[in-house]
Design a protein around this ligand. Structure first.
Ligand code: NAD
Length: 299
C-alpha cells in the first residue's frame, strides 16, 4: 500500500512531538492548528500548512486529530469546512484526543457516510511518552483499518492494542483516567500525611518507589511533586474534563464509581481555585490545603 500523506490537526503539548516523529520517519505532513506559533514550529520542521480542517482533508488521505475535548473534535470533524467537507471515500480519520466514547461513535458514523474509515485511538504516557515515542495507544474500530494504520501508530507509540469496535479506545482511556486520577490522589494523601507527621517527603518517594506502592505517578511525578514543580505535562483542566467523561460514562452504563467520584470533586476543587493550568500532579496542592501542610522537600 502506498504511503499516506498525513494530515495532523492539534499541535499542542502532545500533537507537536507526535507530528515531529512522523516527519522524522519520512511522512509528508499537512498541519493545522488555531495557534499560529504551534503551526510555525512544525512548518519549520518540514510540514506544509493548511488553513482549515477541510483543507487538511483535501490534501491528505490519513487525518489525525489531537484536540482538547469532545466539542473540539466534533467541530473540527463535522463543522463548517471541517474534515467532512474535504474527505474522499477511502480516506482514514484517526482521532487520538481523549473524548467521550459516545462522541467518537457519532463522529465515526457521520464520516462513514462519506466512505471514511475511522479509528478512535487515545493515548496514555503523557508528554514524556509523546516525546519519546513510547505512548500506549488504545484503539477502537475495524481490524482492517487498524492494520493499515499500525505502521503509523508504531512511529508514535509502543504498546498498541485494538480494544474493540468504534468507541472502545475511548472507553479504555476512561478506565485509564480513573486509575491515574485515583493514584495521584493516593500519592498526594500519602505525601501530605508523611510530611505533616514530620518525615521528609523526598524519602517517602525514594523508598515507596521500590516497593509494592511503586507506580507511574511516583516514578514520573514523585520527585517533581515534592519539589513543587507543577509545570504541565497533563493539565488539571484536561484531567477534570476526562473525569467528567468518566462520570458520564458510569452514568450511561449504571456503574457506580464512588472512589472516582470523590477524586472528581478534588479535581473540581483545584479548578475552583484556578489551578487548571497546573500539571495534574498539582492535585497535591488541594490535599495540602486540606491538611494545612505543604509536602515539599524544603517545607
Ligand atoms: P493542548 O491543549 O496542549 O493542545 C491542543 C491543541 O489543539 C492546541 O494547540 C490548540 O490550539 C489546538 N486546537 C484547539 N481547538 C482547535 C481547533 N478548533 N482547530 C485547530 N486546533 C485546535 O492539549 P494536549 O495536552 O496536547 O492534549 C491533547 C489531547 O490529548 C487531549 O484530549 C488530552 O486529554 C489528551 N492527552 C493529553 C496528555 C498529556 O499529557 N498532555 C496525555 C494523554 C492524552
Amino acid at each position: 500500500m502506498a504511503k499516506h500523506t498525513i494530515g495532523f490537526i492539534g499541535l499542542g503539548i502532545m500533537g507537536r512531538p507526535m507530528a515531529r516523529h512522523l516527519l522524522e520517519a519520512g511522512y509528508e505532513l499537512v498541519v493545522h492548528d488555531v495557534d499560529r506559533n504551534a503551526v510555525a514550529e512544525i512548518v519549520g520542521a518540514g510540514a506544509a500548512e493548511a488553513h482549515s480542517p477541510g483543507e487538511v482533508a483535501r490534501k491528505t488521505s490519513l487525518i489525525i486529530t489531537m484536540l482538547p475535548d469532545s466539542p473540539d473534535v466534533e467541530a473540527v470533524a463535522l463543522g463548517e469546512d471541517g474534515i467532512i467537507a474535504g474527505v474522499s471515500a477511502g480516506d482514514i480519520h484517526v482521532d487520538m484526543s481523549t473524548i467521550a466514547p459516545s462522541v467518537a461513535v457519532k463522529v465515526s458514523q457521520a464520516l462513514a457516510e462519506k466512505g471514511v474509515k475511522c479509528l478512535d485511538a487515545p493515548v496514555s504516557g503523557g508528554d514524556v511518552g509523546a516525546r519519546n515515542a513510547t505512548l500506549s495507544i488504545m484503539v477502537g474500530g475495524e481490524q482492517e483499518t487498524f492494520d493499515e494504520v499500525l505502521p503509523v501508530f508504531q512511529i508514535m507509540g509502543k504498546n498498541i492494542v485494538l480494544c474493540g469496535p468504534s468507541g472502545a479506545g475511548q472507553t479504555v482511556k476512561a478506565c485509564n483516567q480513573v486509575l491515574v486520577a485515583v493514584t495521584i490522589a493516593g500519592v498526594s494523601e500519602a505525601l501530605v500525611l508523611g510530611a505533616k507527621a514530620g518525615v521528609d517527603p523526598q524519602k517517602i518517594v525514594q523508598v515507596l518507589g521500590g516497593g509494592l506502592a511503586r507506580c507511574g505517578i511516583l516514578e514520573n511525578r514523585g520527585e517533581r511533586m515534592v519539589n513543587g514543580d507543577f509545570d504541565p505535562g497533563f493539565r488539571i483542566r484536561l484531567h477534570y474534563k476526562d473525569l467528567n467523561i468518566v462520570m458520564q460514562t458510569g452514568n450511561d452504563f449504571q456503574v457506580p464509581l464512588p472512589v472516582t467520584g470523590i477524586v472528581h470533586e478534588l479535581f473540581n476543587t483545584a479548578m475552583s481555585k484556578d489551578r487548571g493550568e497546573l500539571d495534574h500532579s498539582g492535585l497535591l496542592t488541594v490535599l495540602e490545603d486540606l491538611a494545612g501542610k505543604e509536602a515539599r522537600t524544603s517545607a
